[in-house]
Design a protein. Structure first.
Length: 397
């Protein structure tokens, strides 16, 4: 076996390991591969960068630009609105309809744009049919792959294979040369997936409070009269040096301070939204004279009609100021990538209070990790999910 062959296989194995374990971002690994091939002399410098001028590469880039343009100019949003109107269909008709639409779109534009369309409506479908969102995405994923095989520009693989074949002297494919076979495979895929959909798990995903175990970690407390926190700044208090408790929000006379700075001074009746475990909360109640705000009433406790009317009026008055929990999926290119929870809490966006990060699964991390602590070290990466609390009026669907 020659030295060149050993080098090639060594580089391939290292590259596969790096891709599989996601040691570095995909783009950096790709540049590492190009540089390694050039430095080892397996290819010339001209050959190493020739791919950037390849017509297939430029075409793929153009397709991605078109997909982004369609999202920016509202085409994808309009299509999403149209697809929402199909919710009245039963599941066994909805799946083939969506797969047919997905496959048709994927034949002419990049599949990424198709995924963007359906991510916007997938949560509504999962609630309607009591299905896991990840399982509901499976038919759409299959349809995108099968639909992309219907035309030359349907997937980047088709374009690259066509380009390589042309370089080797083979006659290039026409745009619809293999469309008949692609349509047959797409039709078979729609039938098979629709039939198999009856075995999709019908378990509703946990709500955000349960998924992030907020009842155990996020609590709103009030500073009582006589508390030793009164008159102290956050820097001088227990919270500054103790990583077990974080102040997410401070409310004083109706005014909200998100992620208050270390020089903010505590006052009586301040409401603190804290992230801490149960043991730390018990210690704060006992030693710092804090009490938990808005403890839920027992379901059998008597409530008078006057109290009910007062609560109803208060709910109406405070409707615009209500907050809700939103889970954000971090996509490639997001300006939140690389930022830590501490940085996000210091500079909240759209008045959203970051509460926790859920790290995505990969080969190194087979289980989703929920990050509430280590807020200085853990940073966001593509595929992670960020839980935030935000005013209902600021939530954009």
């Amino acid at each position: 076996m020659s030295t060149e062959i050993i080098l090639i296989f060594s580089i391939l194995i290292i590259t596969i390991v790096l891709f599989a374990f996601e040691v570095f971002p995909v783009d950096k690994i790709s540049f590492f591969l190009i540089a390694t091939l050039a430095l080892t002399g397996l290819v010339s410098p001209e050959e190493a960068i020739s791919g950037f001028s390849n017509p297939a590469t430029i075409t793929i880039l153009a397709l991605l630009i078109i997909a982004l343009a369609m999202e920016d100019n509202g085409v994808i949003a309009s299509l999403s609105t149209i697809l929402n109107k199909l919710h009245f269909l039963p599941l066994f008709l909805l799946i083939p309809a969506f797969m047919l639409i997905t496959g048709t779109i994927s034949a002419f534009i990049n599949t990424t744009a198709v995924v963007i369309i359906f991510i916007k409506i997938i949560s509504e479908l999962s609630k309607r049919f009591n299905l896991s969102e990840s399982k509901l995405m499976m038919p759409i994923s299959f349809a995108g792959i099968l639909g992309g095989s219907c035309t030359l520009m349907g997937t980047s693989t088709n374009l690259i294979v066509n380009s390589v074949a042309a370089d080797l002297g083979v006659e290039p494919f026409s745009f619809f040369e293999f469309s008949l076979y692609g349509i047959i495979f797409l039709a078979i895929g729609i039938v098979v997936v629709t039939i198999a959909s009856r075995w999709l798990p019908k378990s509703t995903a946990e709500n955000l409070e349960e998924s992030y175990e907020l009842e155990n970690f996020v609590t709103t407390t009030v500073i009582n009269e006589g508390s030793n926190l009164i008159g102290k700044t956050i820097k001088e208090s227990f919270f500054h040096a103790n990583p077990e408790a974080s102040i997410l929000k401070l409310t004083r006379y109706g005014k909200v301070i998100n992620a208050p700075g270390k020089y903010v001074t505590f006052a009586q009746d301040d409401q603190l939204m804290l992230m801490c475990d149960v043991d730390t909360l018990k210690m704060l109640q006992k030693d710092k004279n804090l009490s938990i705000l808005d403890q839920p009433k027992h379901k059998d406790s008597p409530i008078s009609e006057e109290e009910t009317e007062e609560e109803t009026e208060e709910e109406k008055d405070d409707k615009e100021n209500q907050t809700g929990l939103v889970e954000l999926l971090i996509l490639p290119g997001s300006n939140l990538i690389g930022r830590t929870l501490k940085q996000l809490r210091k500079n909240p966006f759209n008045n959203a209070i970051p509460i926790a990060i859920k790290k995505r699964r990969n080969i190194r991390n087979t289980r989703e990790r929920l990050i509430r602590r280590n807020i200085h070290q853990i940073s966001l990466k593509p595929g992670d999910r960020l839980l935030v609390e935000i005013d209902q009026k600021n939530i954009s669907y």
